[in-house]
Design a protein around this ligand. Structure first.
Ligand code: 4NP
Length: 169
């Protein structure tokens, strides 16, 4: 085998929330920027979806876009719903809260191969807790959400780099 022509498969990561207009598109955007800054776009693919069908095809909530822009994070997403196949296509599904995990479990196929984590399993504060849904509140909740996903995606990238022997730029 010509080892020089061997390319390892992409690591596929999907962030999952309920509506896919607040938390998961923000987590996707923040993590995608980290992946880009680390020079790992040829190794890691990033996506997001919601367990509900409420906002399929829609842009993120204006408050999600505003907080991303405030922190100079490019964001460009259209709402998607979690599908059974995502448990096979993706290597990692990172849900925002226990309710997302329960809803995701309902469409999980028998041959699922994805590892499912709560994103705050990677938090340095209140590890394992939920990312509060900011949809029902004001702008402050979106800033808290940003700070949370910022911390967690940093730790998650360290985890991937170590686990998959990746070299950062
Ligand atoms: P997300 O927030 O799950 O963080 O995107 C929500 C957005 C919309 C709704 C619920 C949560 N909704 O009921 O429409």
């Amino acid at each position: 085998m010509d080892t020089n022509s061997y390319t390892s498969p992409m690591i596929k990561v999907m962030f999952v929330c309920l509506g896919n207009i607040c938390r998961s598109p923000l987590a996707e955007a923040v993590f995608a920027k980290r992946v880009k800054d680390a020079g790992l776009t040829d190794k890691i693919v990033v996506a997001s979806c919601g367990t509900a069908a409420y906002h399929i095809g829609e842009a993120p909530d204006p408050r999600t876009i505003a907080v991303a822009e405030k922190h100079r994070i490019p964001i460009n997403h259209k709402g998607k719903q979690l599908k059974s196949e995502d448990f096979i296509t993706y290597d990692y599904l990172l849900v925002m809260d226990d309710s997302n995990a329960q809803n995701a479990e309902k469409v999980k196929p028998e041959k699922a191969s994805a590892q499912v984590f709560k994103i705050r399993d990677f938090d340095t504060e209140d590890e394992g807790s939920d990312v509060a849904d900011p949809w029902f509140g004001d702008e402050d909740g979106f800033e808290v959400c940003y700070q949370t996903v910022e911390r967690c995606t940093g730790e998650f990238l360290h985890f991937l780099v170590k686990k998959h022997n990746l070299t950062e730029a």
